[in-house]
Design a protein around this ligand. Structure first.
Ligand code: MG
Length: 493
């Protein structure tokens, strides 16, 4: 061997040793994010449910950490936009719910959590409800997910005649042309498998679960990111056959319990494949519960900026890394998922754009009591309605005027429901007693924070800190009202 070849051989040997060392240095955990649609704060036993049985979530909480102050958004699409981008929904141009055939959706210029993890070598899958746009440009497969299976939006966004405006067992309208949206598509990647009818809705939890477990098995060598946003327990209620009539809480309880079963299936697969030590599981909901659920002790429901509209029952699990049986009241949010996951994956969030999320790992790992988030802003659509700093939450607008009914509307008309409305969430989590008059300095401080954010994100319109959503020409639904599948999305024979 010539000395040059010998040196080359030495170099190659040294390099070969360096590579595994580096890989071991940067241990990339798997991530599973399970999100339920419209699950209320106290719909599961770890968060106080007395109605629904959730043994699998009980175990998840016993082995992990409950996050009791984790915020989503008042409704679906905004919440999902903040999860994917690490930003307030208004910042990324998705402050409101998207509908079938809308011309807007998630912008290709955004860096989604899936794209950032994919760049770190992760296999990625989205199984379930997407809701960040149904045009080809907006689908999960164009935003960092290798695989997609599910409904591109809510399970009620279809024609009434297909059963999407009525719960399981309710009579369908006689008129087949009864009002509604175009047929509800079930997608695999960018193929429409079928339009979803009432009977199909009862199979969604099972099909999503099978798909999720299949992905975990296929990618068990890791690292992988599985995003599992269930269509359950959003209206209309369609629990699977095995769960119908089994709970003590009607169709709603049946579906919550089926969702819990699904969590158990995913966790069983992790344990069987011995992936528990290298997988972080986060369980949450996109927005607050509806009146079908139980939000106790929070006030208000979905679509509001009361705590009951945005605070989600959340559990983080990673044996050996996240303390077991722990509870954290640290202020956390959907936006924090992106920076937290990307950092754990050894990646970096690009500094070329503003991200509102913070790294939650110091809280999740038990190293710190409080997150680095000092303020959280409660937007409803384009409007900043409330701001929280520490235990103090200030409502900036008269409450209950829009969307309030009956008793709630009357309550809202009371003088104490006119701004400024201040609550100390440590002592008044139900937002019942206006503490503004006694705490003028706190009111002033929170008003100043709100003004600062309105200067950035705007008041009624988008502000200078907002980025545009994605936009397409000639937007149209994936299945038209005649049942014809959009060109390019037909099943391949
Ligand atoms: Mg929702």
């Amino acid at each position: 061997m010539t000395s040059r070849r010998f040196i080359l051989a030495l170099l190659l040997t040294a390099l070969a040793q360096l590579v595994p060392l580096r890989a071991a240095d940067v241990a990339r955990p798997n991530f599973i994010l399970i999100s339920i649609d419209d699950l209320a704060y106290a719909d599961i036993e770890p968060f106080g449910s007395k109605l629904n049985r959730t043994p699998n979530l009980n175990r998840l909480a016993a082995e992990g950490m409950k996050l009791t102050s984790f915020y989503g958004a008042p409704v679906c699409s905004p919440s999902r936009s903040s999860l994917m981008t690490g930003c307030y929904p208004k910042r990324v141009g998705i402050p409101n719910v998207l509908f079938p055939g809308n011309a807007t959706g998630i912008n290709a210029a955004e860096h989604t959590v899936a794209e950032l993890l994919k760049a770190r070598g992760y296999a990625t899958a989205c199984v379930g409800k997407w809701h960040l746009g149904d045009q080809p440009e907006f689908l999960p497969t164009r935003h960092g997910f290798d695989h997609y299976f599910g409904l591109p939006y809510s399970n009620d966004m279809g024609p009434a005649a297909d059963g999407v405006k009525s719960n399981l067992g309710d009579p369908l309208p006689q008129n087949p042309k009864a009002k509604g949206q175009p047929p509800l598509p079930l997608l695999r990647n960018e193929t429409v498998l079928q339009s979803v009818l009432a009977a199909d809705q009862t199979t969604l939890v099972i099909r999503y679960t099978e798909e999720a477990v299949k992905f975990i098995r296929a990618k068990q060598d890791g690292p992988f990111f599985l995003y599992l946003p269930h269509s359950a327990v959003h209206f209309p209620l369609y629990p699977g056959k095995a769960f119908q009539g089994k709970s003590r809480n009607g169709l709603y309880g049946d579906w919550v319990e089926e969702m819990d079963w699904s969590v158990g299936q995913v966790m069983d697969a992790l344990r069987e494949l011995k992936l528990d030590a290298k997988t972080l599981v986060l369980f949450t909901s996109d927005n607050g519960g509806t009146a079908r659920g139980v939000n106790t002790p929070l006030r208000g429901f979905k679509a509001s900026t009361w705590e009951g509209g945005m605070r989600e029952p959340t559990i983080a699990w990673w044996p050996g890394k996240i303390p077991a049986g722990a509870t954290s009241g640290a202020m956390a949010s959907m936006m924090d998922v992106l920076p937290t996951f990307v950092k754990l994956a050894g990646g970096e969030v690009s500094g070329d754009r503003k991200i509102d999320g913070v790294d939650l790992w110091p809280v999740l790992s038990g190293q710190r009591q409080e997150s680095s988030r000092e303020v959280f802003y409660f937007f409803r659509g384009n409007f900043l309605e409330a701001v929280r700093s520490g235990p103090w939450k200030l409502h900036l607008v008269a409450r209950g005027a829009a969307g309030a009914k009956g008793k709630q509307a009357k309550e809202a008309a009371a003088a104490s429901e006119q701004p400024p409305i201040l609550h100390n969430l440590d002592s008044d989590i139900g937002e019942a007693k206006n503490a503004a008059a006694a705490n003028p300095e706190v009111v002033k401080r929170l008003q100043a924070l709100a003004a600062k954010t309105e200067a950035d994100l705007g008041t009624e319109q988008a502000g200078p800190g907002c980025r545009a959503p994605g936009r397409v020409e000639n937007a149209r639904p994936l299945i038209d009202s005649e049942g014809k599948v959009r060109a390019g999305f037909e099943p391949k024979l």
